[in-house]
Design a protein around this ligand. Structure first.
Ligand code: ADP
Ligand code: MG
Length: 680
């Protein structure tokens, strides 16, 4: 702001020099001064009278203007100065007519004339000291006149009636110390008034300020000059009077400009100033907003980056638990984009076909508006494949403490769950495998004599039909038991067998052939085998056994008939999918056996591979079929998955690594059981 100030003076000067009325006024003034100078040389008394009358005339003109524009004048400062002029003018007039030699006032003396001069200058100094304090506050015109009248009256009484004012001029001696001291004081007062005015300069239009400032500033040298004369008719006295005229003229110009020439300019000038102040304030605000916006943008970018590299998804709900925002990752788990899920609730994400797990706790926490952490529940997912999520959230409130909803994160824990499940299964299998393997071996040994000796006994039973029937039953049971034991040993086998890799097509056909006799006509069979499939890492016999077990189970699950589909295609597992399935990356053959039977619930689904787990009546099921399948597939480096919907059907999905072509036969490793004495 202050930076604009020094330059305010310079344009003022150039404006004055361009202002015709100012220049013509100045020219007239100079001509007047030249005329007065000539008069002075011939008659000092007349000169003095002219000067003082001229000053009085200007004072009264200023007053007239100030009085008539007292309500509209834009400058309370100039209004106050103008209204104070009559007092000064009256004292100046009295000073002029009491001047030595005038003889208008009977007993007037040079002393009284000088005292009147001092009084006029004192009043003038007081006015200029007070005026800068009144740049904003407007005094009532009547009050100004009243105070002035009182001051002038007191002054006149003190000079003429009570004669208590100190002497100012002693004829023959000159100026008294009082007069000189007073002039110094007024000179200093003019300097102080200028300083006060300078501090208020911003409330003036630059040209008005320049004129006023110059008019008051001239008083300082003027008063000093009036300390220097000894003869009231001398040249110093004359010079002081010339300066006085100039000073009054400048003030006159200032009030003419303010009140008459362009009061509207001044009004607009004030408006412009406040507008500028407003604009400064606004630009300050704008830069503040810009800074804040940049800060916000950076923080947003940071959060966005975090959001994008996180595997979790973030969400926000309204007070009724409906999603109002979801981050893009949600798509990977639910198969639906964030925008699609807006308005959904957590309950809409729940898979109702599986155990709810922590979902009731989640509902409870949401209901109570409490924060919750790491609550898991099954997620309804597009393909129906099992997915689980773990969710944490915290309630959010506005500044007034009003509940707005929740904000939280959700992690997809399906992969973790699946691998944990697989690990558990593997462990169970290993433990059971060693137990069952040992047991089966022992029982197998014991069954051997039951079968062979019952057979021998049949030969010696002769004609006894009943005995024949008994021995037949013993023999058949023995054979059945041995078949079961063989399955058990297959599941827990340890032997290392060299055999050619299995050809899928052949295996499917031989399995179907074997199963055909027990397959009711109500079951429709479809096989879709991709042509030219690679051989897989398990033997043809094993492959047939796997298929036979799956086909038999499918048949059992479709007592009312249905469709059985066997599907095989080649598949290349990428790193991510492979790690999810606990397989190594590479080429696989995917074999799917699907039925449209009874399906199973989640609890059954999780246990199907457990040895001896069966839901079939005693005598019908052994619960070993799928354990054997599992053992074969895992030993071959593959993986088996089951997907099932109650009432809809079941699919077993087997991924088997393709056998290296041209190499020797595949080696199968006993993964599950190690140790001697275990085998067929
Ligand atoms: P088993 O057939 O002797 O019962 P499995 O190990 O072959 O033994 O199967 C175990 C259990 O898995 C079955 O009892 C049945 O409940 C379930 N199961 C297997 N396959 C199917 C299927 N295709 N549809 C429905 N349930 C099945
Ligand atoms: Mg079975």
């Amino acid at each position: 702001m202050s930076g604009t100030q020094p330059s305010a003076i310079r344009p003022t000067l150039t404006r004055w020099l361009r202002d015709r009325s100012f220049l013509s006024g100045l020219a007239a003034l100079l001509i007047l001064m030249a005329v007065l100078g000539t008069v002075m040389r011939h008659n000092y008394l007349l000169f003095h009278l002219c000067v003082e009358l001229f000053a009085v005339a200007i004072s009264m003109t200023i007053f007239t203007i100030a009085w008539n524009t007292r309500d509209t004048n834009q400058s309370p400062f100039l209004a106050f100065v103008g209204l104070s002029m009559p007092g000064i003018a009256l004292l100046d007039l009295l000073h002029a007519i009491a001047f030595p030699g005038m003889n208008v006032i009977g007993e007037a003396s040079p002393n009284q004339s000088t005292q009147l001069w001092i009084a006029a200058r004192g009043l003038q100094a007081a006015v200029f000291l007070a005026a800068p304090l009144l740049t904003e506050k407007r005094l009532r015109a009547g009050d100004v006149l009243l105070i002035q009248a009182a001051v002038v009256a007191c002054t006149l009484l003190s000079i003429f009636t009570f004669r208590i004012m100190p002497d100012s001029f002693v004829p023959g001696v000159g100026l008294t110390a009082f007069k000189v001291g007073a002039e110094y004081t007024f000179s200093a007062a003019a300097v102080v008034a200028c300083l006060l005015l300078w501090r208020k300069r911003r409330q003036f239009e630059p040209r008005v300020f320049g004129l006023t400032f110059a008019g008051i500033a001239l008083l300082a040298p003027q008063e000093l000059i009036f300390t220097l004369y000894t003869d009231p008719h001398g040249p110093m006295n004359a010079l002081g009077h010339f300066i006085k005229i100039l000073s009054f003229y400048l003030l006159y110009r200032a009030i003419i400009v303010t009140a008459l020439q362009n009061p509207y300019d001044l009004a607009f000038y004030r408006m412009r100033r406040s507008e500028e102040a407003l604009r400064d304030h606004l630009s300050g605000l704008e830069s503040l907003i810009a800074t804040r916006t940049a800060e916000l943008r950076e923080s947003e970018a940071r959060w966005r980056a975090l959001l994008e590299c996180s595997n979790d998804w973030f969400w926000e709900t309204d007070e009724r638990g409906r999603f109002t925002a979801l981050s893009p990752r949600v798509q990977e788990s639910t198969g639906r984009g964030g925008a699609e899920l807006l308005g959904f609730t957590h309950a809409d994400l729940l898979d109702r076909n599986r155990p709810e797990e922590d979902f009731p706790a989640l509902t409870e926490a949401l209901h109570r508006r409490e924060p919750f952490r790491r609550l898991s529940f099954p997620l309804a997912s597009p393909g129906g494949s099992a997915r689980w999520v773990m969710v944490s959230g915290t309630p959010r409130y506005d500044g007034n403490g009003t509940f707005l909803g929740y904000r939280g994160t959700t992690s997809d824990i399906s992969a973790r769950r699946q691998s944990a499940e697989a690990a558990r299964q593997k462990q169970t299998m290993a433990a059971l495998g060693s137990l069952v393997g040992g047991l089966a071996h022992e029982i197998n040994n014991l069954l051997q004599p039951v079968i062979s000796l019952s057979d021998l006994a049949r030969g010696r039973a002769g004609e006894d039909r009943k005995l024949h029937a008994y021995l037949n039953a013993i023999h058949d049971s023995g054979v059945k038991a041995r078949t079961i034991m063989r399955d058990v040993l297959q599941f827990a086998r340890v032997e290392v067998a060299e055999s050619p890799p299995g050809n899928l097509e052949e295996a499917v056909h031989s399995a179907l052939e074997l199963a055909a006799s027990s397959m009711p006509v109500s079951i429709e069979m479809h096989t879709r085998l991709e042509p030219g499939l690679n051989a897989v890492t398990i033997t043809a016999t094993e492959l047939t056994q796997v298929l036979l077990n799956l086909i038999q189970n499918a048949r059992d699950a479709m007592p009312q008939g249905g469709t059985l589909t066997i599907d095989a295609r080649s598949l290349s597992l990428k790193e991510r999918d492979a790690s999810l399935r606990q397989l190594s990356e590479g080429d696989y053959v995917r074999l799917t056996v699907a039925d449209t039977g009874t399906g199973m619930d989640e609890a059954t689904r999780q246990r199907v591979f457990d040895p001896f787990f069966t839901t079939k009546p005693v005598g019908k099921g052994t619960g070993l079929g799928l354990s054997v399948v599992y053992g074969i597939v895992r030993n071959g480096g593959g993986d088996i998955l089951v997907e099932s919907t109650l009432g809809r059907g079941t699919s077993f999905i087997i991924d088997l690594p393709t056998a290296p072509t041209g190499g020797p036969g595949q080696t199968t490793h006993g993964m599950l059981v190690h140790g001697e004495g275990v085998g067929r």
